[in-house]
Design a protein around this ligand. Sequence first.
Ligand SMILES: [Mg+2]
Length: 336
Amino acid sequence: MSPEPPTTSLPPPRATCVLVVDDDDATRMLVSRWLAKGGITLFEARSGEEALKIAEERGDEFDAVVLDVMMPGLDGFEVCRRLHDLPMTASTPVLLLTAHANDDKQVVLGVEAGAIDHLAKPFSGPVLVAKVKAICARSQRERQLRSKLEFAERHATVDGLTGLFNRRHFDKRLREEMAHAKRHQRPFTVLMIDLDHFKAVNDTFGHAEGDKVLRHVAAAMPKVLREDDMAFRYGGEEFALILRSTTAESAMSVAERLRQLLKSAPIELGAGGSAPENKVVTYSGGLASADQTNDFDGEAILVRADAALYTAKRTGRDRTVVASDADALAGPVSKR
Ligand SMILES: [Mg+2]
């Protein structure tokens, strides 16, 4: 499970757009004409049923709905309720057009159906335009706030360079995975990955090419991972995988598939320079599991995976080593 690549900017603001619903052709055209004169783009529907169909398909395209109350079939109150039950129009404001604006009962029904305001028929064109514009402006501000919030949430968990989850999200998911493993008495495995001779890439070809290598490795990961697996950029040239319900043995086959995939896809570095090079990216990996042998306790799992990674570096790189008790006894080590 990998996140979608992060977007680098917020969506641009778009033209104000309104859905006009009225069974009476003359009224609908009059409303549309006034709104068009106010610079608003329009959708039109002749009935409540047609309005709901448009809302289901293109509800994210309009900022407000101007809705007649008296219509054959579904009336305006019912359409208003149903619009707010649809995912795309759940928070789209509705302005009711009613011939009974002086009837308190009708007004109360409209408010209860979720309408934001109402306008009496026959209506004043300038008042209609002013109300609709104000409602749309508020609707657009709310949508922008929602976009900003989603954008911020996304950037809090995703590494901007590789599109993988970041270190901060790793720490959170590791704690959740430990709790899950204990509760269900099911193993999980962490694979720590450190690219081999990465410093030499930066020194020889520059940091932009180094970044290319990091993206190349990150792009390979989803191809070998299963649905429940998660890939993270841990920091620098270091990556981490959390493999749910996975023993060290199965995790080793994931690590091996990744190693082979990178071998089969060399990356061209220094293209356009005097000495471009097709480079096979290799990595050293350390695996550690939380399972019955350690009472599903993942507390020391990173120390053990790190120790195994150090062994992989020390014994020639381009390999993955499973944490053993001996590694655990060796304690935290510097691996480079
Ligand atoms: Mg009507």
